[in-house]
Design a binder for this molecule. Structure first.
Ligand code: AMP
Length: 282
């Protein structure tokens, strides 16, 4: 690697970041679980656009996976990831092992209440605590000026914004737009699980999200009823199970019955063995 420094320990990460700081640079952190795609590299570009030195982490975090989720099967391609990061202009890749992130029993966790009650919360118990805790650790390890996260995981983004706010972290949490395939499917590391047939069905999610957004934006259409119809449409298109299809306040994530301000429509559904999530603004 010519322009990308790969580090595996907190000490080496701090040293590498410190050299850029000493040169007067600001730091932008991009936490990822690897299996990188254009969604991730758009976050690196977001950091570059703001003049930050991009620092990405690659860590498949065991504490954010449930016992029946895909932790062991989660795609891993470290060499490919480093090449993509370097090509995108990233300067530091932090790829710690589990021992470096969790040396011994961990008695401290970060829980963001309220924002995690709905949407993915009930379907992934412990998930957001795992995410908030590991991201909190990454931010303390690198001490960036800004952290870059995708709107693709909208609930996660709101949780992390609130964490940074509530804990008075001197770090700005930046939300970046969802990068999509030409047909609208949100790019995700999990899309590779889809069979060619499922891949065709998958576009129904973005289609139904945008259709519902257009439908409820007038502020008169009752959201719950319209969203229930969207969920039915997903099943009719070939999805196996809809976990939720909700219209929520864009910040509090509380369900809303009529759109009166910034809102978000978010959905999670199962297609074969793949769980897909996506969301759009209203
Ligand atoms: P992950 O590796 O899935 O944990 O994602 C790492 C970061 O990339 C998170 O902030 C995600 O929200 C973001 N991300 C994932 N997919 C996309 C996408 N299609 N567009 C924009 N950001 C994304």
């Amino acid at each position: 690697m010519k322009d990308l420094t790969v580090v595996r320990t907190v000490a080496d990460l701090r040293h590498a970041v410190g050299e850029f700081r000493a040169a007067g640079r600001t730091i932008g952190m991009i936490p990822t679980m690897g299996a990188l795609h254009e969604g991730h590299t758009s976050l690196v570009q977001g950091a570059l656009d703001r003049g930050d030195v991009p620092v990405a982490s690659i860590f498949v975090n065991p504490t954010q996976f449930g016992p029946n989720e895909d932790f062991a099967a989660y795609p891993r391609d470290e060499a490919g990831d480093f090449a993509k990061l370097e090509a995108a202009g990233c300067r530091i890749a932090y790829a710690p092992g589990v021992e470096e992130m969790y040396p011994g029993p961990q008695l401290t966790t970060v829980t963001v209440a309220g924002l995690t009650d709905g949407l993915c919360g009930p379907f992934r118990p412990g998930h957001f605590q795992g995410v908030a805790t590991v991201v909190c650790k990454f931010l303390i390890m690198a001490m960036p000026d800004r952290g870059y996260f995708g709107e693709k995981d909208y609930q996660q983004l709101q949780v992390l914004k609130r964490m940074a706010h509530d804990l008075a972290m001197p770090i700005e949490i930046i939300g970046m737009p969802t990068i999509r395939e030409p047909d609208g499917l949100a790019i995700s590391s999990r899309n590779r699980y889809l069979s060619p047939q499922e891949r065709k069905i998958a576009i129904a999610m973005y289609r139904e999200l945008t259709a519902l957004a257009a439908n409820v934006r007038d502020g008169r259409t009752p959201c719950a009823k319209a969203a229930a119809e969207s969920a039915q449409a997903l099943l009719a298109a070939g999805f196996d199970k809809v976990e939720y299809f909700d219209v929520v306040d864009a910040e509090s994530l509380a369900p809303i019955e009529r759109v009166a301000g910034p809102a978000r429509i978010a959905a999670a559904a199962r297609l074969g063995r793949t769980r897909l999530i996506d969301n759009v603004a209203v």
